[in-house]
Structure formats: structure tokens, C-alpha cells
Ligand binder design. Structure first.
Ligand SMILES: Cc1ncc(COP(=O)(O)O)c(C=O)c1O
Length: 378
């Protein structure tokens, strides 16, 4: 099977991830709760994972990395933990529903939201973001790369703008963490949300949120932390302040192993490899009769998430044929980003999406192109 659905969840995971999960299951104990050796070892391994994630995204203090259940949980924690009625938020039409829906809910509770438009390639203009800022703007929430068109948005420029204007900057790195170099200091990020199960190569059921030292978010969940148990309220110390309840130890330890793999290999090398695939693939796709490609033609402007449609062919049929007859796994539909499809011109049908990962090869891209030529002829 050729797995081209890495934007949904990455596959395969490095063998070290499998081993780390199995060892954590065998260890069994609850980190940070008991004083026996196994519990201390579980806590040590969780801390190792926190340190690895911090190193990957340029965070000096690992305590500012919060473990969550997925990217959606991290984004909800950032948005609902920060925003209050009367606040104004600037975001874009390229966002995933895990930003659009919590913001729609917050809007019903008195938060104001401006959604900046995008062009037909999914690009957002800095001038539009800057023009959308108001005196009451508390936050800019930006997706780093679209999960539909792969378009990279100007994260570092938005970070500089936010710093200049005293606005909090939340970056949704769901499609870039592990696939493109990220440094929260250089990019001026106050909040960085990412799933653990995509480019970071961890198991499903994991995600991370970086919280800048100047920010104190309200927790989404309150409960046991294993610390300050006499107090009626949640502790203020990080990361416990935002991590109520027993952690997903096997998942987090597996995520740590995924991130260690990336640190050893180098995210810049993963990025170069994916750019090489795109450099060959994009012009080849454009040669498939009737194929409409979304997103920028220049690989430097995008990640290896490639959406397209074949004129005269239903997307669901193309996805089914790729799976059934060619053993190629892709995703079809709206990819939980309806406004992005409106901008790209693919709403309401959606698109067929092939997404590459660190273990994808040139041969995978060739197989996809060959299969699409055959499907286009049917
Ligand atoms: C851009 C973007 N943001 C957020 C998410 C949500 O991540 P998760 O599926 O881990 O909740 C996704 C998942 O596809 C995504 O692509």
C-alpha cells in the first residue's frame, strides 16, 4: 500500500515509536502521582518527551509545553483559555474547523472575529491582516500551512506584526510541525498548537501546545494534577495548570520518540526531501488531462499536501479507484476546511488530497501520477 494520507495522520511511525509505546504500557504506572520507582520512571519519560518537543520548536523551558489529546484540543485550549467577551480576533479563511468552530462558538459569547480572505492559491496578504487589526484585537490565529492546498502562510511576518502591535499570535502548525523548521522565538509565536500524530510521528491521541511565559491561559479541564492537592483551585505552575487528569503516557512517550527521530534526522532534511518530491510531482500532475491542481505551483511556497480534482470524475470515485485498483491511500472531501475550498474554488465538491510524509518516496509520487493518467482515460 502507498500511504499518501499523512496530512490526516502520519504512517508509518519509526520503529522507536512502537518500542517506546510498548515500554510505557509495560511500565504501566501513573506519572507524577505516586512516589514508587515505576511512577518516577514514567514521569521521567514524559519529561524527556517534553524536552524533545521543546528542542524541536526552539522553546527554552520545557514546562511551557502542554500535552493535549490532539491538535483540536490544543487549539481549543489556546482560544478558549485566552479570549474573553469584547476581545477581537483576526484569523483567515484558510483555517481548519478546529479554529473556525471554536471561534464561531466564542462569537456567540461576545468575541468578535474577522476572517481575512485568501486568493485562488490560498495565499493571504499581510496588508489584509494588518488592516484587520483593531484597538481591541487580542489575538491573530493563523494556520502555518493549509491542510487543503498546502499553501504556506507568512508566519514570521505575522509574528513580527503581532509583536509590534502587542497582539498575541497563535500558530496552527498542524501541517508544518516536523515537516518545516519552526522556531517560536524567531517566528514571534506566543501560542503554537500541533497534533502529535502527523508530522511529529507520534501515536494518535497526542498533541502539544506551547504557551509563552508571559501568558496564563484558563484551563479547559480542572481536576487532579498530583501537585498542591490541598488547594481548591488548579495550580498555576506549568505544565500542571493546563494538564488536569492522568496523562496519555504511552502516547506521549511514543510522541517523544517520534520527535527524537526528527531531531536526529533534521527537519530541514525532511523539508528538502518533500520539496524534491513536489518539484517533480507538481508539473507532472499538471500534465494529467483534465487535472485541476490547487495551491501554488512553486514548491517553496507550500508543503507536500497536494489537492486536485479530475474534470468529469467524481472525487469520491477517484479516491476509491486509487485505493481499490492502485493501492494508494488518499483523502477526498472538504478536509474540515470549508472556507478554504470556497477561496480555492473547490466548494462544495471538495478535492482529492495526496499528502506526503518523511517516509514517502519519489516512487510513490510516480505511482500516483501513473494511476491518475489511467483514471483520467476512463
Ligand atoms: C490545519 C489543521 N489544524 C488542525 C487540525 C486538527 O488536528 P487533530 O486532527 O489532531 O485534532 C488539523 C487536522 O487535520 C489540521 O490539518
Amino acid at each position: 500500500m502507498i500511504y499518501l494520507d499523512n496530512a490526516a495522520s502520519s504512517h508509518p511511525k519509526p520503529p522507536t515509536v512502537h518500542r517506546a509505546v510498548a515500554e510505557a504500557l509495560e511500565l504501566g504506572a501513573n506519572p507524577g502521582r505516586s512516589g514508587h520507582g515505576r511512577a518516577l520512571e514514567a514521569a521521567r519519560r514524559i519529561h524527556g518527551a517534553r524536552e524533545a518537543v521543546a528542542r524541536l520548536v526552539g522553546v527554552a523551558d520545557p514546562a511551557r509545553i502542554v500535552f493535549t489529546l490532539n491538535g483540536t484540543h490544543a487549539l481549543n485550549l489556546a482560544l478558549k483559555g485566552l479570549l474573553r467577551p469584547g476581545d477581537h480576533v483576526v484569523t483567515t479563511v484558510m483555517e481548519h474547523n478546529s479554529v473556525l468552530r471554536p471561534l464561531a462558538g466564542l462569537e456567540r459569547r461576545g468575541v468578535e472575529v474577522t476572517r481575512v480572505p485568501a486568493d485562488r492559491e490560498g495565499r493571504v496578504r499581510m496588508a489584509d491582516i494588518e488592516a484587520a487589526l483593531r484597538p481591541r484585537t487580542r489575538l491573530v490565529a493563523l494556520v502555518h500551512a493549509s491542510n487543503v492546498s498546502g499553501t504556506l502562510l507568512p508566519a514570521a511576518e505575522v509574528g513580527r506584526l503581532c509583536r509590534r502591535k502587542g497582539v498575541v499570535f497563535l500558530l496552527d502548525a498542524a501541517q508544518t510541525a516536523g515537516a518545516a523548521p519552526i522556531d517560536v522565538e524567531e517566528m514571534g509565536c506566543h501560542l503554537l498548537a500541533a497534533p502529535g500524530h502527523k508530522g511529529l510521528l507520534g501515536p494518535q491521541g497526542t498533541g502539544v501546545l506551547y504557551v509563552h511565559p508571559d501568558l496564563a491561559l484558563d484551563p479547559l479541564l480542572e481536576g487532579g494534577t498530583g501537585t498542591r492537592s490541598e488547594a481548591p483551585a488548579m495550580p498555576v505552575e506549568m505544565p500542571e495548570a493546563l494538564e488536569a487528569g492522568t496523562l496519555n503516557t504511552p502516547g506521549i512517550v511514543g510522541l517523544g520518540a517520534g520527535v527524537e527521530h526528527l531531531l536526529a534526522r533534521g527537519v530541514d532534511r525532511v523539508r528538502r526531501q518533500e520539496e524534491e518530491i513536489l518539484t517533480w510531482l507538481l508539473p507532472e500532475l499538471a500534465r494529467v488531462p483534465g487535472l485541476v491542481l490547487y495551491g501554488p505551483a512553486d514548491p517553496a511556497e507550500r508543503v507536500a499536501v497536494v489537492s486536485f480534482n479530475l474534470e468529469g470524475h467524481d472525487g469520491a470515485h477517484v479516491g476509491f479507484a486509487l485505493d481499490e485498483h492502485y493501492g494508494i491511500a488518499v483523502r477526498v472531501g472538504l478536509h474540515c476546511a470549508p472556507l478554504a475550498h470556497r477561496a480555492l474554488g473547490s466548494f462544495p465538491a471538495g478535492s482529492v488530497r495526496a499528502s506526503f510524509g518523511p517516509f514517502s518516496t519519489h516512487k510513490d509520487a510516480e505511482a500516483l501520477v501513473r494511476a491518475l493518467h489511467e483514471i483520467a482515460r476512463t
